[in-house]
Design a protein around this ligand. Structure first.
Ligand code: FUB
Length: 332
């Protein structure tokens, strides 16, 4: 367990001794726990398939409060201890139910197909023990698990390009498919599956989420400012479900709102304008009566895309429930 010497501060890396990305923040046991990817060096190719994101393990971070030094609780799960996985432990999330903490994570299986696995433990800081197999029926990347007020839990997931969603358009994995729908056709949406009560399997087959504009028309594939790319997150504010995500090629974090956790969701606007680095990925959490956006950028590494750092900033709602757009680099 190591402590960052410096207190955490808005818009600054919360740790600097390792590279971290894709933060999923939760309040567990009165503290903020952050479940990030652990970015590392790699000597392979850099490409649109994301081969440069060669992560092998997860560290859990925590903050007693947003002005406290960030604690690194050390390695919580390593790929060597995941029987079904071969490489690339990408963006994880965690959930608490049944007096158990669950870590959800994507990785490629032995055939190179991205799947989503689960590991469990008794502490939010880990360690976590992985299940023998990935979650049956899971595919693609970026799980975000939301436990609703009625105790039903849902996993949101999926990513284009390296996340392989295009290859699943027929419902089966087609390794050679790289193209999505025509620009004027509805975009590929993220997926949602309700979790079974033991949180280890899906209760129902994953269903594609529909994201529509204010007139009810589906957001189309060519609308790269608004269509889903990767990195879903779910939170609830004043009784409404907020689905937020990255637009990938246009590098924004945006959101859509619904009265139902499974949608359809109505597109609303931008949460975060582009950060330094290609990817943008986030979570939204309420802590000590304020709302926070956790995100990452590549400023600490001087812009190296696969060496990112987790940051946070306060998030504000307008009276009508819309989210105020955040500039990741505000003037000081
Ligand atoms: O960190 C690897 C991948 O990059 C994540 O799974 C995506 O969301 C993007 O941040």
């Amino acid at each position: 367990m190591s402590n960052s010497a410096k207190p955490a501060a808005p818009n600054e890396p919360i740790v600097t001794h390792i590279y971290t990305a894709d933060p999923s923040a939760h309040v567990f046991e009165g503290k903020l726990y952050i479940y990030p990817s652990h970015d590392i060096d790699h000597d392979g190719p850099t490409n649109d398939n994301g081969d440069q994101y060669a992560m092998e393990d997860y560290h859990v971070l925590s903050l007693d409060d947003v002005n406290a030094p960030c604690v690194d609780h050390g390695e919580a799960l390593h790929i060597r201890d995941v029987p079904w996985a071969s490489k690339q432990m990408w963006a994880p999330d965690a959930a608490f139910k049944n007096d158990t903490y669950y870590l959800y994570f994507p990785a490629r299986d032995k055939d190179g197909v991205f799947r989503i696995g689960v590991a469990s433990g008794t502490s939010p800081a880990g360690p976590f023990k992985a299940e023998e197999n990935y979650i049956p029926g899971s595919y693609s990347i970026d799980p975000a698990v939301y436990v609703d007020e009625d105790n039903r839990a849902y996993m949101y997931f999926g990513g284009l390009w390296g996340g392989q969603l295009e290859k699943w358009q027929t419902g089966e994995f087609k390794p050679d498919v790289t193209e999505g729908p025509d620009a004027s056709a509805p975009a590929i949406g993220p997926l949602v599956a309700e979790m079974s009560d033991d949180m280890l399997t899906f209760k129902s087959a994953p269903a594609e989420i529909s994201i529509v504009d204010e007139d009810g028309n589906p957001i189309v594939a060519g609308d790269e400012d608004r269509r889903y790319f990767e990195g879903p997150w779910m939170h609830k504010y004043k009784g409404l479900y907020y689905l937020s995500y990255s637009t990938g090629t246009t590098h924004k974090l945006v959101y859509a709102v619904s009265e139902n956790p499974q949608g359809p969701f109505v597109y609303k606007g931008t949460i975060l304008t582009p950060v330094l680095g290609w990817t943008t990925h986030h979570s939204i959490v309420e802590f000590q009566d304020k709302w926070y956006l956790f995100y990452h950028d590549a400023s600490l590494s001087g812009g190296v895309d696969h060496k990112r750092s987790v940051k946070f900033t306060e998030l504000h709602y307008n009276e009508d429930g819309t989210i105020r757009t955040i500039d990741p680099y505000p003037e000081k």
